[in-house]
Design a protein around this ligand. Structure first.
Ligand code: NDP
Length: 246
């Protein structure tokens, strides 16, 4: 039985990804990695010991190393990783405090690198990694200076890890979601950063995406059907990027 590690595993896209992987493969286990979640989310409770939760701050290399060691001790061998831990906030370039900028990069960029290193170093055979980027990393986004920079860096890490680790049998890809209905999106709406109705209009398909739609793309990129796909950045955005590029 192989294990997939999902950071941000108790978030909206994390839970949907866990469900998609568990339903697709009866012999897969899932290690959810999260900052503060108290327990495995109820939607995953039916899978019993195939799902376990590990507390970890992805910005802290010692926390990541300790959690990765716990996963290796408690779970079947890890063959795949989804880097999904994320935060979003609203700051203008002119006055964002540097600590706040660095904190954003730490979650997305350091977190992605640290967990990818842990998994790649201990893989015994072929493996696959999917990083969760964002369409925000592809365009200029007012008041998203830190988030957009962090996500652009995640896309870049994806490409470099893909070329460096191809000879180790590790494929590395990214998904770039558009606006997806998750707790993060609700928080962004609550803060007045984005109006959900307006955001839906930015997609060619004129709606928000669902966590399940992102999860389906992640499952594809992790699985055997994508065995010749690496270094790819897959937009899961209802046509946001192509509309924006018109
Ligand atoms: P959620 O807020 O639902 O989930 C984010 C998860 O990341 C939470 O479980 C949170 O844990 C965890 N997390 C945050 N900081 C840390 C940390 N330092 N260490 C460990 N875990 C941490 O968001 P989504 O499911 O929407 O987002 C998942 C990914 O998708 C993110 O990378 C996000 O940027 C990206 N994305 C989302 C989009 C959207 O519209 N929703 C669009 C484009 C990209 P806790 O709850 O314990 O703090």
């Amino acid at each position: 039985m192989p294990t997939t590690v999902i950071t941000g595993g108790t978030g909206g896209i994390g839970v949907a990804t866990a469900l998609a992987l568990l339903e697709a493969s009866p012999d897969r286990a899932i290690a959810l990695v999260d900052l503060a979640a108290p327990a495995v989310p109820a939607q995953l409770g039916a899978y019993g010991p195939r799902v376990a939760l590990f507390g970890c701050d992805v910005t802290d290399e010692w926390s990541v190393a300790a959690a990765a060691a716990e996963v290796r001790a408690a779970m079947p061998p890890v063959d795949s990783l989804v880097n999904g831990a994320g935060v979003v906030h609203n700051d203008a370039s002119i006055d964002i405090p540097i600590e706040r900028f660095r904190a954003m990069l730490a979650v997305h960029v350091d977190g992605t690198l640290l967990w990818s290193q842990q998994v790649a170093r201990h893989l015994d055979g072929p493996g696959a990694i999917v990083n969760i980027g964002s369409i925000a990393g592809q365009f200029g986004h007012p008041r998203r200076i830190a988030y957009a920079a962090a996500k652009a860096a995640v896309h870049s890490l994806t490409k470099t890890m893909a070329v460096e680790w191809a000879d180790r049998g590790i494929r590395v890809n990214a998904v770039t979601p558009g606006y997806i209905e998750t707790p993060m999106m609700k928080e962004v709406s609550r803060l007045g950063l984005v109006d959900a109705g307006v955001a839906a209009g930015w997609a060619a398909m004129k709606r928000l995406g669902t966590p399940e739609e992102v999860a389906g793309a992640i499952r594809f990129l992790l699985g055997g059907e994508a065995s010749f796909v690496t270094g790819h950045i897959l937009n899961v955005d209802g046509g946001f990027a192509v509309l924006k590029a018109e």
